[in-house]
Write a protein that binds this ligand. Structure first.
Ligand code: PEP
Ligand code: MG
Length: 604
């Protein structure tokens, strides 16, 4: 498919404001780069006659998926200004028709059989032919013809993207300083983003604590997710302002919006300088209680940020990065090299390596890993985290071996994701010790005492059985992201239910309290590594519940430290008791805001 300039359908050209979920603070001013322009250069694929039926079925499935996506977009138009709705609704209707029993799909199905083409190649050829026919029509309305041809190509691209499960590969070609917009960005896509190049990110899909949001925060890229209507309204090259702190994107900003954005940018720079001064100061309350502040690491590119932030080690190394965006699984040596460079960079500060937490949103199939895909109806409740690893123990053995070898180079802890029963920790420990014995026989120098093996407490089951799990685990780390998702039955990455995702729901807080108290009774180390830990407004509550160790996105450390340094621990305990008496999340939010307002002091 040729990449002719995208014809401008009747899209708004006046200033238009779009609102979404504020997931990563910061301001971006720049041209829009729309990633839906990709997937035009897929390799041509031919098939055998025996594959024709399966290929047609693949096309049918892709059309159904794409139709669902566009229909969903349409149901969300009502949040846009009426004028924009009137312009966009007919466009989406045309898309939905084209994804039904249209000439495009009939033609592509025929090409699969007649010419023996792979489905994506068939779609490409058919869309090109239809576009060429439209453009050759005798009609004075050249702009209209161009627009209709563009629509056919757009639908072709959409189908090809679905058919090839292509992550947005054009992420690599984003122009310097652009604001990247897309319907959705997967965690694997986000891992490829270059924060020095991309000014901001806005997507239609996504929730505040999904892995994509976490990755964007970790990279320090200002981002707004769940920003409905933006991708349909914006065209490549349009000017925009994005505010990741308030969740606002202004398309075609007027002078006032531009001036405000420039002031905001300068404000962020001033704040960064002030916060930088906290780096060497302890995270200590006014009455001398010291809190351990560690960093979460999703990709090694964050290491310099972690050093700058003054983290006391890594409290959560999400090892998934090692398995993403590569054609095959990393072997023991490749993992060893990656962990070693991180452990050495941390120069004596502990690194908590979480073994592979695959599944749920972090879809394996899309990443083409050769790990059995969980195609069940509800992947978040399926074979993810420790369940997958115990079912495929060779994966766990390789990872344990790499981590154990690294433990001779610096302090390491090992963490198990998605634990729900004590038996999972016991089984993992058996494998852990077996791998250690094997390595010792091989002559590897391991520390006499093996690194601690801890459990993530991120399911309601684990939180309520924390006392039993504590008998098997060496430490706990509370993952409030999944804990909130599973407690409230709200997908953390799903825009449509994002308003219900609430770590301040009393049910979630009670589980945090229960697990923390179970650990403290056993004198076992317990920390929080979910996104809650990096929210300065929630720190008084976490300290009041008895927590003294928090692990967060490196860029949040200075603000959390600043918050801790004006707190008194008895105040926090009283405040937490008050909060825990409440049953209404809205009232809890009010209490949190009031406590924060009282404590807020400018940095001196
Ligand atoms: C969590 O669930 O809170 C957590 C820290 O793990 P992840 O976000 O990687 O699922
Ligand atoms: Mg989790």
């Amino acid at each position: 498919m040729k990449t002719e300039p995208k014809p401008r359908s009747k899209k708004p050209t006046k200033e238009a404001v779009f609102r979404g979920i504020a997931v990563s603070p910061g301001i971006a001013i720049g041209p829009i780069h729309d990633t839906s322009e990709v997937a035009t250069d897929v390799p041509r694929r031919v098939i055998t006659p025996a594959e024709v039926e399966a290929e047609r079925e693949k096309l049918n499935q892709a059309a159904a998926t794409a139709r669902k996506q566009v229909t969903k977009l349409k149901t969300r138009l009502n949040i846009l200004p009426e004028e924009a709705q009137e312009e966009l609704a007919p466009l989406l209707d045309a898309y939905i028709l084209m994804l039904g029993n249209s000439r495009l799909l009939r033609g592509a199905r025929k090409r699969i059989g007649d010419a023996g083409l792979g489905a994506e190649t068939a779609v490409l050829d058919e869309a090109e032919e239809i576009a060429a026919l439209i453009l050759a029509t005798k009609d004075d309305d050249k702009a209209g013809l161009l627009r209709r041809a563009g629509e056919v190509r757009e639908i072709g691209r959409r189908l090809i993207r679905t058919l090839t499960a292509t992550p947005f590969r054009s992420l690599k070609d984003v122009p310097q300083g652009a604001i990247l917009i897309a319907e959705e960005i997967t965690p694997a896509d986000a891992a490829l983003l270059d924060p020095a190049r991309i000014a901001g990110v806005a997507t239609e899909e996504g929730g505040a604590d999904g892995h994509t949001a976490i990755m964007l925060r970790a990279l320090g890229i200002p981002a707004v997710l769940g920003c409905h209507g933006l991708t349909e309204a914006a065209s490549r090259g349009d000017q925009a302002v994005l505010d990741g702190g308030t969740g606002k994107v202004v398309l075609h900003p007027g002078e006032a919006a531009l001036v405000a954005a420039r002031e905001g940018l300068a404000g962020y720079a001033r704040e960064r300088t002030k916060l930088g001064k906290l780096r060497r100061l302890p995270a200590e309350t006014t009455d001398g209680e010291v809190v351990e502040l560690q960093a979460n690491l999703e990709i090694p590119a964050e290491l310099p940020l972690i050093a700058q932030a003054g983290a006391q080690g890594i409290g959560l190394l999400r090892s998934e990065f090692l398995f993403m965006n590569r054609p095959e699984l990393p072997d023991e040596d490749a993992q060893f090299d990656a962990y070693r460079s991180i452990v050495e960079a941390m120069a004596g500060d502990a690194v908590t390596i979480r073994v592979l937490d695959w599944g749920g949103e972090k879809d394996m199939e899309a990443l083409g890993q050769g790990v059995p895909a969980h195609t069940g109806p509800n992947p978040a409740l399926g074979l993810r985290g420790i369940r997958l690893l115990l079912k495929r123990p060779e994966l766990l053995e390789e990872q344990f071996a790499a981590i154990l070898r690294v433990s001779a180079r610096g302090p390491v802890r090992v963490m198990l994701p998605m634990i729900t029963i004590p038996e999972e920790v016991a089984q993992a420990r058996e494998i852990y010790e077996r791998v250690a014995r094997r390595l010792r026989r091989r002559g590897e120098a391991l520390p006499e005492k093996l690194p601690p093996l801890g459990a993530m407490i991120e399911t309601p089951g684990a939180a309520l059985a924390a006392d039993a799990i504590a008998l098997e685990a060496d430490f706990f780390s509370i993952g409030t992201n999944d804990l909130a998702m599973y407690t409230l039955a709200v997908d953390r990455a799903e825009t449509d239910v994002a308003h219900l995702y609430d770590p301040l729901h009393p049910a979630v807080l009670r589980l945090v309290q229960f697990a923390t108290e179970a650990a403290l009774r056993m004198r076992m180390q317990v920390s929080v590594c979910g996104e809650m830990a990096g929210n300065p407004r929630l720190v008084p509550l976490l300290l009041g519940l008895g927590l003294r160790s928090l692990s967060m996105n490196a860029s949040a450390i200075p603000r959390v430290k600043q918050a801790i340094r004006v707190l008194d621990i008895d105040d926090c305990a009283r405040f937490a008791r008050r909060v825990m008496e409440q049953s209404d999340p809205a009232r809890i939010r009010e209490l949190v805001a009031a406590f924060g307002a009282e404590k807020a002091k400018p940095i001196s």
